[in-house]
Design a protein around this ligand. Structure first.
Ligand SMILES: C[S@@+](CC[C@H](N)C(=O)[O-])C[C@H]1O[C@@H](n2cnc3c(N)ncnc32)[C@H](O)[C@@H]1O
Length: 266
């Protein structure tokens, strides 16, 4: 299933999950080879701007807490949580990414105790199982039913629990995915929620991203029952010259690239 074009069209929950599972299965090793050094084997990196949980403390004290990582990739964040003393479960839709997770378990000497293959739109965990749910660019930007994912995060949290997730800053939707000057020119409406869909020769989706405006994200959280505590927009740090896909120093100094939502289940 190789990508031959890009479309802007609807893509439902099942089609999006299938396309992204297949894409991440195929790309898992190359992704880890490209970004693994910056991610670290056992580190919770929130975004290409370089904000790490060690410094950000967005999850609160995790020692002795039940913590779930959503869309964990190779579970670098989950491994950091294990080392911080949390009881950790992590899941991802892609078996390729989970295989990378087991490879990094062996390499780092820190194993994630519960690694599960699942779709973020249906989390296979019981109600109120966790104190903290976290996701660094995992699942949320890729699912058609992000309101449903918010409800799932709420369901698996205990009262007083915290849900923290990072996504591409909604403002980036208006620009081309280009780290250079071309990525500073507005080319589509911020208000157009039509998904970005890569397709193969037969028109089958091979990769899907879903856009929500800032207001959409807030409304989905509130509708699920959350209280929103913060929206962190990490600034591009001086001296940070590394590019990551469309994230670059040039754009990062002018336009936010990431939004991190911090919400609580009352
Ligand atoms: C950019 S990676 C983020 C993982 C990790 N935090 C990192 O930075 O490498 C996105 C992850 O989301 C996962 N993902 C995509 N759609 C998903 C879904 N519907 N449910 C669960 N995980 C999903 C992908 O398989 C991938 O591992």
């Amino acid at each position: 299933m190789s990508t031959s074009g890009v479309e802007h069209r609807q893509a439902g929950p099942a089609e999006s999950a299938h396309a992204n599972r297949t894409w991440w299965d195929a790309e898992a090793r190359a992704y880890q080879d490209e970004h693994g050094a910056f991610l670290g084997d056992a580190d919770l990196l929130w975004c290409p701007e370089g904000l790490r949980e060690d410094a950000a403390h967005l999850l609160g004290d995790v020692a002795g807490r039940d913590v779930l990582e959503v869309g964990c990739g190779a579970a670098q964040g989950a491994r950091w949580l294990v080392r911080a003393g949390a009881r950790v479960a992590a899941f991802d839709v892609s078996m390729g990414q989970l295989r990378e997770a087991r490879r990094l378990d062996a390499r780092s000497g820190t194993a994630v105790p519960r690694l599960v293959q699942a779709d973020g739109q249906r989390m296979p965990f019981r109600d109120g199982a966790f104190d903290v749910v976290a996701s660094a660019f995992g699942a949320v930007p890729f699912v058609a039913d992000s309101a449903g994912l918010m409800r799932e995060a709420f369901r698996v949290l205990r009262p007083g629990g915290r849900w923290v997730f990072s996504v591409t800053h909604p403002l980036r939707w208006v620009f081309a995915d280009d780290p250079g000057p071309a990525g500073l020119v507005v080319r589509q409406s911020y208000f157009d929620r039509t998904p970005y869909v890569e397709v193969d020769d037969t028109g089958t989706a091979t990769y899907v991203e879903h856009h929500r405006t800032l207001g959409d994200r807030v409304r989905e959280l509130v509708a699920a029952g959350f209280v929103l505590r913060d929206v962190v927009e990490p600034e591009w740090p001086a001296g940070h010259e590394a590019e990551w896909g469309q994230w670059s120093p040039l754009r990062g100094r002018l336009v936010p690239g990431t939004a991190v939502f911090v919400a609580e289940r009352p």
